[in-house]
Design a protein around this ligand. Structure first.
Ligand code: CA
Length: 330
């Protein structure tokens, strides 16, 4: 396979604190021989495990970038045993545009792994994570939130994996993160996800959904900050005790979790995030907006649990995800 065109201005093998860039040649109208300069920090002290921390996989999700910028600016070499690699804005063009997908090529970073070294901008970034960054890492944390169109109860998550030993190690890292909710997910279609790429390489992988709506709150930022510090302590990279607090264990185990809109209209939430629902409970009404006198469409829970995610904006399109119910693990 062709080499990746990205050049790192940091030395991954050097001890110390480095703030640099992943420089990706990007020829365009505004800059004929220009580059996309993706910020990266590497903090290394001797031998030890490597943690790869990323945010901005989707560009309109903010808790991860905030926590990681703060971490990159605060960590000193003496704090670390091993290596921390921080990329707060993985899909940097999407992040700069405050969009989920890249405005350059229209691609969703989390659906195109393993990427391509001779592909578009987003595919080249994915290929660099796949073939350069992931192989260096032992522990991988990728921050997500709901973005503009979804809002979540704050959780850290790992997946159902065929390698149960790997799943156990990922569950331990997820629980160390210490979000208010701890989720185990079975993806409906895991193809092309960064998660899957990291897991197939045998890495301990944790992802999150911490809030949403295309913004962050003081509370959700606090969860992200504490979570990443706990994750690094769990990996043995930062010293100190993990700040433990109880998490509610949840499971998303199949298609019955999801509720998708079959109409365009005005969203009336009937249940709020974190509330308990039973099978058949009304979750959302969609009021038709092109006329009066028609009854609203009603969307009901197909399984019991808690409302873990909801449509964020006040108007829904046909096909939008309106609600996600997760079951409580007992
Ligand atoms: Ca996301």
């Amino acid at each position: 396979m062709k080499p990746n065109p990205i050049v790192a201005t940091v030395d991954f093998e050097a001890d110390g604190v480095q703030h640099g860039f992943l420089r990706l040649p990007w020829s365009r109208d505004e800059s004929a021989w220009g580059n996309l300069m993706i910020p990266i920090a590497v903090i290394k002290n001797g031998s030890g495990p490597t943690a790869l921390l990323s945010g901005g996989n989707h560009g309109d999700e903010y808790e991860g970038p905030i926590a990681l910028v703060d971490l990159a600016n605060r960590l000193s070499v003496g704090d670390v045993s091993g290596r921390v690699i921080i990329v707060p804005y993985m899909n940097y063009p999407a992040f700069q545009a405050a969009r989920r997908v890249s405005p350059v090529d229209g691609l969703n970073m989390n659906r195109i792994f393993p990427g391509r070294p001779d592909g578009t901008i987003t595919e080249k970034i994915a290929d660099y994570f796949q073939r350069t960054l992931l192989p260096m890492a032992d522990y991988v944390l990728d921050f997500h939130s709901g973005g503009r169109s979804l809002d979540f109860v704050p959780f850290a998550a790992c997946h159902v994996l065929s390698d149960k030993d790997q799943q156990t190690r990922s569950v331990a890292a997820r629980d160390a993160f210490g979000a208010p909710y701890a989720m185990t997910m079975l993806e409906i279609d895991a193809t092309g996800m960064y998660d899957t790429a990291a897991e197939e390489l045998g890495r301990v992988f944790v992802t999150t959904e911490i809030g949403g709506g295309g913004t962050a709150t003081a509370s959700t930022v606090g969860i992200a900050r504490r979570g990443v510090a706990n994750f690094l302590k769990h990996a043995g990279i930062l010293a100190g005790d993990i700040e433990r607090s109880p998490s509610i264990e949840l499971e998303m185990s199949g298609p019955d979790c999801f509720c998708f809109s079959q109409a365009r209209g005005l969203v009336e939430p009937v249940v709020d995030l974190g509330e308990t629902v039973r099978t058949g409970d009304l979750l959302v009404r969609i009021h038709l907006i092109d006329r009066l006198g028609a009854p609203p469409e009603e969307y009901r829970a197909r399984m019991g649990g808690i409302l873990a995610a909801r449509h964020f904006s006040g108007l829904a399109a046909t096909g939008d995800c309106l609600a996600v119910v997760a079951t409580r693990k007992t």
